[in-house]
Design a protein around this ligand. Structure first.
Ligand code: PNS
Length: 169
């Protein structure tokens, strides 16, 4: 029989390239559910990212400052091994739409097969955030569209600088 650990540590993994208000919503809700939440950025050299892991870490640190039980880290290798190393018993993931479900189910079942003692917990994205993705935000701002309210304001500034060459403010 499994018992509840004295302190429940959850890992919220992802690319976060860059963080959106959808991620932030999940971080806020996750921080209220678990004793400690580690937002873990995947270090994946193969995936072409707009921001380096260091830049993404800096942006995440900026937005999680107000949550005392949230930390930012990065990892490579298997997520479940990283979670076990950090003493975590939960993987936190968000689901926006049915289209997310298949991929998330596959990952959750594979992760359970690898380490059954680690549970994946899904939170449904808030309705205001269910259409936001880092990929779409980058595409829209790169084509001159308005993304205000979809990412934290200073992240919008970083995006404008990187994609449109605007000076930082
Ligand atoms: O936000 P993303 O990019 O959809 O996050 C994907 C992530 C980081 C959760 C996934 O790619 C992952 O866990 N990668 C680590 C390698 C691993 O454990 N792969 C097996 C997953 S079943």
């Amino acid at each position: 029989m499994r018992t509840k650990p004295a302190s429940v540590i959850a890992i919220y993994p992802g690319s976060f390239d860059p963080i959106t208000n959808g991620h932030l919503d999940l971080i806020e809700r996750g921080s209220a559910l678990f004793d400690k939440l580690i937002v873990a950025i995947l270090r994946n050299e193969e995936k072409q990212a707009l921001f380096s892991v260091e830049e993404r870490t800096e942006m995440l640190n900026e937005v999680v400052r107000c949550f005392p039980n949230v930390a930012v880290a990065s990892f490579d290798g298997l997520l479940v091994d990283y979670a076990a190393d950090r003493g975590a018993s939960v993987l936190l993931r968000g689901i926006r739409a049915v289209s997310d479900y298949e991929y998330e189910l596959q990952m959750a079942l594979m992760n359970r097969r690898l380490r059954p003692e680690i549970e994946t917990v899904f939170l449904m994205a808030g309705e205001a955030h269910s259409f936001i993705s880092s990929r779409l935000v980058k595409e829209v701002i790169g084509l001159g569209g308005n993304i205000s309210g979809l990412v934290p304001p200073f992240v919008e500034g970083r995006l404008r600088k990187r994609l449109l060459g605007e000076p930082s403010y």
